[in-house]
Design a protein around this ligand. Structure first.
Ligand code: HAX
Length: 444
């Protein structure tokens, strides 16, 4: 058994026993109350799911196995002469709960490199789609096209014992993560560079090799890619892409099917697609105002006109966070340290000054602060990646790390089919009449 798998197996045996005991003793204890507002309101804040790799606090932001983003930037192993964490290290941490050594990360980089071969038919499946297909659709299709190689599906078909689900899931997760940058880079080069591909460089780490295959040999871009791939990896289990992975996976769909579904959730503008929407919106603003150096007053007017036209300000707001997103702040810090004289980065910072008071003044927006997607596009453009329709694909590559680590845990803990209860509005009315003796006014 490989060293990461061995560690995961040992940890999951221990936690599995603990959970069994915990549920035997305390399974009937109440952890939450649910309001009608939450039933209609997208299930916000209802504690109803287990997700081991990370936990989100509304004020503090994400913690991966207890470590905040600033702590991870300090503690996770880096590339030689690098300043940002290697995403391989974060995957190790999310899977087994321990910060890996440099040697362990090196082992993981090499292991993924060995698993990175993408079957030829996957490229042909991508090629078969029209040139104007959105890159996220191509990525989702590319992942689906690999499903015929699923170790989980093959072993299930030959009568796999339940006790081995975690093992087959681990193999699929490792293979899928290893292959994903190659598929994502293939899509970028096919859509924007007439299919002129850059072949992998096996001497590079996972993030740097992705940057290389995209066609960006610049060291600065590689460092940003490592940071990007680390901070977008996970945001606890309730966000749409993570929850989709969990829901689809709970039917024992294999990691290819579950992760492809997750990508379809990530491709929505209220979720991951917001990173492309931010740049699209800023470019429109620059065009409308006729300047690449707008004043705060000009930005303010533009923000108000966007709101007046019934649209959201992309990159702002969050379903859980109530403070500026530490993933935004990490990218801002990176830009302060590495980027001089980018008009676009300066606009992003001015928007940060201007938007929160305007959103707060609406009186309904629960979080007026920037989220992860408010900054990434400006940095990608700084390094030369202008094709904003592609940005969510990079988010997708990163998201695989968290959601697939979580799927290994779901299988190891034997988490069951997910099946929450839904009701009709008629049911709600009857419930209110019976339990609270009230009759909601019709057409009030
Ligand atoms: N601009 C304008 N209005 C906003 C807003 C924004 N950025 N954020 C929230 N609101 C509005 C909502 O649309 C809602 O209005 P209605 O009552 O008229 O429907 C109201 O404020 C209350 O919403 P909320 O409770 O504060 O926020 P939600 O939990 O419902 O939604 C969203 C959270 C992220 C979807 C929301 O803030 C939004 O649409 N933001 C812009 C899109 C975006 O940046 N998405 C990326 C989020 C992070 C992420 O997943 N990244 O991948």
């Amino acid at each position: 058994m490989d060293p990461l798998k061995q560690q995961f197996y040992e940890k999951s045996q221990i936690l599995g026993k603990e959970v069994k005991e915990l549920l035997k003793e305390h399974g009937n204890k109440k952890v939450d109350d649910v309001l009608l507002d939450q039933v209609y309101g997208g299930m916000r804040d209802i504690t109803s799911m287990i997700w081991e790799p990370s936990l989100l606090d509304a004020e503090e932001g994400i913690r991966f196995r207890g470590y905040s983003i600033p702590e991870l930037r300090e503690k996770l192993p880096r590339a030689p002469n690098g300043t940002e964490p290697l995403p391989e290290g974060l995957f190790w941490l999310m899977l087994v709960g321990e910060i890996p050594t440099k040697e362990q990360v090196k082992w993981l980089t090499e292991n993924w490199m060995r698993r990175a071969n993408v079957p030829e038919h996957v490229f042909r499946a991508i090629d078969a789609l029209p040139a104007d297909t959105h890159p996220m659709t191509l990525l989702s299709m590319g992942v689906m096209a690999m499903q015929n190689t699923s170790v989980f599906a093959q072993r299930y078909n030959t009568g796999m014992n339940k006790g081995e689900y975690w093992d087959a899931t681990y193999e699929d997760a490792m293979n899928l993560i290893a292959r994903l940058p190659r598929i994502a880079a293939y899509i970028y080069r096919r859509v924007y560079f007439n299919g002129e591909q850059v072949l992998p460089d096996i001497s590079l780490d996972w993030g740097a090799n992705f940057a290389h295959m995209l066609g960006f040999p610049d060291e600065g871009f590689k460092e940003y890619m490592r940071l990007f791939l680390t901070i977008h990896a996970d945001h606890e289990g309730g966000n749409a892409s993570a929850h989709t992975t969990h829901l689809v996976g709970s039917t024992l769909s294999d990691p290819y099917l579950s992760f492809s579904a997750a990508l379809n959730a990530l491709a929505g503008p209220l979720h991951g697609l917001a990173n492309q929407e931010v740049i699209r919106w800023i470019q429109k603003m620059v065009e409308t105002l006729g300047t690449t150096k707008p004043t705060r007053e000009q930005i303010s007017e533009y923000v108000k006109s966007t709101l007046a036209s019934g649209r959201v300000i992309p990159g702002y707001g969050h379903a859980v966070l109530r403070k500026p997103d530490p993933r935004f702040m990490a990218q801002r810090q990176f830009a302060e340290d590495n980027v001089q004289d980018s008009d676009l980065v300066k606009i992003v910072w001015k928007i940060f000054d201007v938007v929160p008071p305007i959103l707060s003044s609406l009186g309904k927006v629960k979080n007026p602060w920037p989220n992860v997607d408010a900054h990434s596009g400006a940095l990608l453009i700084h390094y030369g990646m202008k094709e904003y329709n592609y940005y969510t694909v990079i988010f997708g590559v990163s998201r695989a790390l968290g959601v697939l680590a979580a799927q290994c845990w779901s299988r190891a803990l034997g988490l069951p089919l997910e099946r929450p209860k839904s009701v009709t509005t008629e049911w709600v009315k009857e419930f209110l009449a019976k339990e609270y003796n009230v009759t909601p006014a019709e057409n009030a």
